[in-house]
Design a binder for this molecule. Sequence first.
Ligand code: SF4
Length: 307
Amino acid sequence: MNCSKCLQKAVFSSPALCKNHFLAYFESKVKETIQKYKLLPNKKIKLVVACSGGKDSTVALYLLNKWGYKPTALAIDEGIKGYRPHTLLDLQKFCRENKIPLQIYSFQKEFGASLDKILKKLGGHPCYACGILRRYLLNQKSRSFDVIATGHNLDDESQSILMNLCNGNLALSANLGPKTGAFSHKKFTERIKPLYFCSEKEVMAYSLLKEFEVSYHECPYAYLSFRGKVRDGLNELELSEKNVNERLVKNFIGLLPAIRKKYSSAKEPQACRICGEAGRQEICRACQIVEQLVGNKTTVLKQQTSC
Ligand code: SF4
């Protein structure tokens, strides 16, 4: 198959593009998203990128750095043996080579236990504790920045839309979209998703073509996650229903203003009685987990969130 723009051999099939044309296509897609949704109004904005050392956040970090936004990388070490140490080493190398400042915070230091230890002690679903504690730290540690960018791609978003629907949690969907907007609070850093319209395959192809040294392995707990099951279902559907993820996301964006309107009057977050961070309950869910750890309570963490 040849590139649809020149006679070179295509390295990507849909659209059929050679290496150079694919890289240009991908970058212009990300730039367009940033411009259309006013994700980064100027280059003076204090930007932090939530990084894991995986392909998505590394691609987002690389492009935002390349385009002069002077990002800082922020990573959370959950403490997942055999997995996170490798991805953080990749990230440290990448940041060193690209002269990007990097901050790493760990569950062990901040909460007194790694995710592996928390699960040993409290049991329950790994993604529940992981999701809550990681979001807590990302939010808290990004407070001196104006905006936090994440590496979420089109497939991630379509999975989130479907998961929230399945769980009857439309209020959470109000904060999806290329940038958060349903709820704003001085203690919540605004989040943006520059790779919003890039499919998982496109991000993977970009990362491989740029030869980024990143891990393509999944978290060892991922197979347990609801997200993983939704992703597998959507991927299977995508085989017979072309662009199902893209259709889902684009239709969702059409509905988003109405969803946001409905939930914008939702209860204001309140300050957690223990840590003072914003939450929906008297004691935020991160403090509830830490209390269980310290108090050796035996409540099993049943619910789950995900990456
Ligand atoms: Fe955490 Fe994601 Fe692993 Fe779940 S799959 S434990 S949310 S890193």
